[in-house]
Design a protein around this ligand. Structure first.
Ligand code: UFG
Length: 329
């Protein structure tokens, strides 16, 4: 297949591109490098450009006959989305609309979309399955939900088939150590703890110990980046083969929650093997953090045949730690 990967120079996109390359697909990455890195896009042709640039999109779709599009190019910081909602509605909604309209004009009918657990807002019940109401509590989640809605309408009107994959906590790194997470600023728990261990940052702060959970810290469902990507590959195959049609959505997680405290302890164990330690500080709750977010991903397993390979937190941390140590060099 020939696939356009928007945002293929970012954390999730770059791992996706490597998997596609390994499966002998031909990939074109479109990335504006606002948060991505040229070095991460080493398994494809890289076109540096923006989804807002309709002329560029038209040219790309004229030059290549894409079988499908995977879209990872988005702003994804919840806090920033509260301060600057316009950025989120422009990048994540308007620019995606632009891409979808170009796809329709060029009759490219298969679309895989990075969505998020943030579309569910404060959960009414956990684990969260696809039937759970979607009531986002921040512009980031709202922007992703708007695209989910647009995709239903684009299917009805234009026959564009899509799969929205709603990630819980994406983490880990390429098991071969070539790719990994490098956000700036970094806000995610696992890379932050690892940076505290490696010495790239002074310490890690636990945001709140008074949640209604067993140890008082927030519980999340951590899913290895390789497993996330394998679900995307299966979703695209299901669309392109015609096995699936419509505007579909699946939640992606392991269905297993770990508390912040458990993650800290798991990291401490892994880094201790290399004689590293870290300082843990206590902090207030971070605004907008639900106590527990755990996925019910039964549907993805059943309908896509998805089988996570790296569900254990220990493995996730080991892969991310190998990448963090590489960053030190
Ligand atoms: N945390 C800390 N200290 C830190 C950073 C995080 O204690 O320095 C805690 C958070 O409070 C939270 C947990 O670690 O309880 C995980 O936080 P992350 O920022 O790593 O991830 P989130 O669960 O907040 O965010 C993830 C995705 C978002 C998505 C959100 C859905 O990264 O894109 O889930 O709610 F929007």
């Amino acid at each position: 297949m020939k696939i356009l990967v928007a945002g293929g120079a970012g954390y999730i996109g770059s791992h996706m591109v490597k998997q596609l390359f390994r499966a002998d697909h031909s990939v074109v990455v479109l990335d504006n490098l606002s948060t991505g890195f040229r070095e991460l896009a080493r398994y494809s042709e890289l076109v540096v450009g923006d989804l807002a640039d309709t002329a560029l999109l038209e040219r790309l779709f004229r030059e290549h006959r894409f079988d499908g599009v995977m879209h990872f190019a988005a702003a994804s910081l919840v806090g920033e989305s509260m301060q600057d909602p316009g950025k989120y509605y422009r990048n994540n909604v308007a620019d995606t609309l632009n891409l979808l309209e170009v796809m329709v004009r060029h009759e490219v009918k298969h679309f895989i979309f990075s969505s998020t657990a943030a579309t569910f807002g404060e959960p009414e019940s956990v684990p969260i399955d696809e039937a759970h109401p979607q009531r986002p509590i921040n512009p980031y989640g709202a922007s992703k939900l708007m695209v989910e809605r647009m995709l239903q309408d684009f299917h009805a009107a234009h026959g564009l088939s899509s799969v929205c994959l709603r990630y819980f906590n994406a983490c880990g790194a390429d098991p071969e150590g070539e790719l990994g997470e490098c956000h700036d600023p970094e806000t995610h728990l696992i890379p932050l703890i690892l940076q505290a261990a490696s010495g790239r940052r002074e310490n890690i702060t636990v945001f709140g110990r008074d949640y209604a959970t067993e140890d008082g810290t927030c519980v999340r469902d951590y899913i290895h980046i390789e497993d996330l990507c394998s679900a995307h590959a299966l979703a695209l195959e299901a669309l392109v083969s015609g096995e699936k049609q419509g505007a579909l959505a699946y939640n992606l997680g392991n269905g297993q929650g770990y508390s912040v405290q458990q993650v800290v302890e798991a990291v401490q164990q892994v880094v201790a093997e290399d004689d590293f330690t870290l300082e843990v500080k206590e902090g207030d709750r971070r605004a907008g953090d639900p106590a527990v977010l755990v996925a019910d991903a039964t549907l993805a397993r059943r309908e896509l045949g998805w089988q996570p390979q790296y569900a254990e937190l220990d493995i996730i941390i080991r892969h991310a730690w190998a990448w963090e140590r590489r960053m030190l060099r």
